[in-house]
Ligand binder design. Structure first.
Ligand code: SF4
Length: 356
């Protein structure tokens, strides 16, 4: 993003709400006439710097968030956007760490900088419009016509991004297209022998350093992946209701709703839950889905991550899970008298055997 020295600048940490909302932020801030600086992609240095600032039992995504704020400060950005996303609908809440993000940042980073900390709290009647107006006022922008027009621009980029991901376009490509103002309307059909739904927050899954490139690893193993970006809010909410559950957490659509949608449609061979070690809301949501998956005989694995997660052990667990899906798939083929097993779905053991 090229910087115009005459404009005011806002720094956006590439973490937490960045992964779901950046297309809106991009459209809105740009239309308000602001420069946007984003922190670098997550590295070990960013994680380590975040880890050093907070108490050890804080979840990894918050440690990473702190590291990204420090990265923006290192880049010379002294006005940083740290929203407080309290509740997305009446009594549908975010976890306390996301709600209190500005307080966390203020208390753990002892450096002078300005925090732009708008609030959304639909339970308390603080709307999305209030959130947007708060940001504009922080930059001395009071022209309502301009602010409303900027909100419209934000939604245009956001909707374009989500329309593309629902057609199966990858996170990175859809984001790049949306920011460049491009649209793709043709669905991407990927045919793989197996498919799984990944139940995870965008900030864990699409941050490749945190997820250890889980999506790419599965694709290499011949597994098609579905994520929350492929499901609409209505579909996710409908699936939660169909399970007989209620939505309590704001990001339950992203996790429970997405997993439930694919599980109920029997569109996938298995479920992979990816969550941060020590995350309270995720452990409840994963338990809920595990219960329903067991009842439907749907294979499921829960991978937890923290700053110490090693790639080797992580890969071993994924491969073992995929091998199990392959064996299950083979039995299904045998039962339906399909004798030939496609090359792509040989188990890891079989590949080794062939090599010998
Ligand atoms: S939902 Fe879980 S992983 Fe996300 S910020 Fe809260 S505690 Fe951390």
């Amino acid at each position: 993003m090229t910087e115009n020295k005459d404009k005011k600048t806002i720094g956006i940490p590439r973490a937490i709400s960045y992964y779901g909302n950046f297309p809106f932020y991009y459209g809105y801030f740009t239309a308000l006439g602001l420069n946007i600086v984003i922190s670098d992609k997550t590295t070990s240095k960013i994680i380590n710097e975040g880890v050093e600032c907070v108490v050890s039992d804080t979840c990894l995504p918050i440690k990473v968030y702190v590291g990204h704020v420090l990265n923006l400060l290192e880049k010379g950005c002294d006005t940083i956007f740290v929203p407080s996303l309290q509740s997305s609908a009446y009594k549908v809440n975010n976890c306390s760490k996301i709600r209190g993000l500005p307080e966390i940042i203020r208390n753990v980073i002892d450096k002078p900088f300005k925090i732009i900390e708008p609030v959304i709290d639909k339970t308390e009647g603080i709307s999305f419009k209030d959130f947007c107006y708060h940001i504009a006022h922080e930059f001395d922008i009071y022209d309502e016509e301009l602010i409303n027009c900027a909100i419209g621009c934000g939604w245009t980029v956001y909707n374009n991004f989500h329309n593309m991901t629902r057609l199966g376009i990858s996170y990175e490509t859809a984001l790049k297209n949306a920011i460049e103002g491009k649209t793709v309307k043709t669905p991407v059909e990927v045919v793989k022998p197996l498919s799984v739904v990944i139940m995870a927050h965008g900030y864990n899954l699409f941050d490749e350093r945190i997820s250890l490139r889980l999506i790419k690893k599965l694709e290499k193993l011949g597994v098609k992946t579905y994520t929350s970006l492929n499901v609409s809010q209505e579909q996710a909410l409908h699936a939660i209701k169909e399970l007989g559950e209620i939505q309590y957490w704001a990001n339950e659509l992203e996790l429970t709703g997405t997993a439930a949608h694919y599980m109920l449609k029997e569109k996938v061979d298995g479920i992979i839950a990816l969550s941060a070690f020590g995350c309270g809301p995720d452990s409840l949501m994963v338990d809920e889905i595990q219960y329903h998956a067991k009842q439907r005989n749907m294979p499921m694995i829960h991978l937890t991550i923290d700053e110490h997660t090693g790639e080797a052990g992580f890969v071993t667990r994924i491969e073992a899970f995929v091998d199990m899906l392959i064996r299950k798939h083979r039995k299904k083929l045998e039962r339906s008298n399909v004798i030939k097993i496609p090359q792509q779905i040989q188990t890891e053991q079989e590949k080794t055997f062939v090599k010998v």
